[in-house]
Design a protein around this ligand. Sequence first.
Ligand code: NDP
Length: 400
Amino acid sequence: MGKVLIIGAGGVGTVVLHKVAQNPDVFTEIMLASRTKSKCDVIAADVKARYGVEVKTAQVDADIVPELVALLNDYKPELVVNVALPYQDLTIMDACLEAGVNYMDTANYEPKDEAHFEYSWQWAYKEKFEKAGLTAILGCGFDPGVTSIFTAYAAKHHFDEIHYLDIVDCNAGDHGKAFATNFNPEINIREVSQRGKYWENGEWVETEPHEIHKPLNYPEIGPKESYVIYHEELESLVKNFPTIKRARFWMTFGQEYLTHLRVIQNIGMARIDEVEYNGVKIVPIQFLKAVLPNPGDLGENYTGWTSIGCRIKGLKDGKEKTYYVYNNCSHEAAFKETGTQGVSYTTGVPAMIGAMMFMKGLWKKPGVYNVEEFNPDPFMEQLNIHGLPWVELHDVDLEL
Ligand code: NDP
């Protein structure tokens, strides 16, 4: 059915490749390209051994548009799945426009020199993609991604108006390390150490980092201290579902993690500007990434579960209604299937399903769209088939 190019050979790229290879009826030709080709070759060999599927590999620096255009013109994919870093979103979108290729990603654009992410940069490409007759699907991981689709599904089937949306993200897993991040450390530390922000009554309310917190109960896990942080899907969800009065994002952190994070910040290792060391310019957070455990390698001893979902309150047929939809994912099961941990898995599976939606023509419209702007039903169906089953609870205590 379709020819796909995956860019980025980290934890998430590994899962996308496994899942794409498990669906040869949809993805008929596959290429994995990244900055370091040897990493692509290792993953491609594993996939070949497991599923007998041939994967082409290539080297590309996705910061450089002409390099990307040359690769796209040579391979001629129908869709690029960008699971490199958010820094590369715009260059890959530019290259897709130049080469006439459709685009998908899992994280919104961030400039390297500013810890700040918002959709405006990518939404600005809407007209260009429309004119080119190309589809760009933004934010198709778990959060953003599945959480946005959960919200769209709730709006379509269970609510006339959504008023309160709380996205709850719990990682109750244990990787046995004193400190490690579950996805790219640079991106992760930038995200969780920034000021908190949530939407209320038509405006953004800012908080100190981790200022608002409370224990929330997660299904089959129990209570975990959860903190309000800013997360990118809030920006598109309050725009696409304007009845929302308040939208917040909660993430669990252990005390050990927060202590390490505070120390990392206090000693300057989270800095994103250049410092001079022994006559060489280095960016402390990039150096830190080099010494921290590689998130893609955490899987082997990872035990426990992730639990991510949406807790929603609103109106249906004039009556107040509450609704909780979530997925629990086992780190051990993720490792057994793909050799990676649950956070890479919960991101990579939805990315494959988004690509499948595109290839099947179900999510195909010229322009730039967040995932909640497409029909959620076929996507929800595929989540149950491909390893991320979901559970719905109606009229329950949301604790929020
Ligand atoms: P990793 O750091 O493990 O992998 C990133 C990959 O991108 C590496 O293979 C890296 O190459 C490659 N890369 C980096 N820069 C370039 C470049 N200039 N050109 C080509 N390739 C490049 O990250 P993860 O796999 O953990 O995360 C991937 C993406 O998924 C990130 O954007 C992250 O924000 C997003 N994500 C989204 C989530 C969601 O739920 N929506 C959750 C978790 C992650 P090299 O190996 O040479 O360093």
